[in-house]
Design a protein around this ligand. Sequence first.
Ligand SMILES: [Zn+2]
Length: 76
Amino acid sequence: MGLIKLLVFIAVVFAALTLWRRLQSKRNNRRSSAATTSKPMVRCSQCQVHLPEDRAVRDNQRWYCCAEHRDADHHD
Ligand SMILES: [Zn+2]
């Protein structure tokens, strides 16, 4: 009886761990998706608008919201 109880206990613990890991991975997926939406923001040197870094146009040390503003800043 003692061995069967031990096997049942191990099975319950294993099932609980598997379930817990699934819940944790779901939470991690939510966190990673949230992290992708909150990307580093940069400011356009021309119009001061804030936008995600991957959508901005970079020129040396400055950031711009679009190529037009980058070119306009060069003309000043
Ligand atoms: Zn701009």
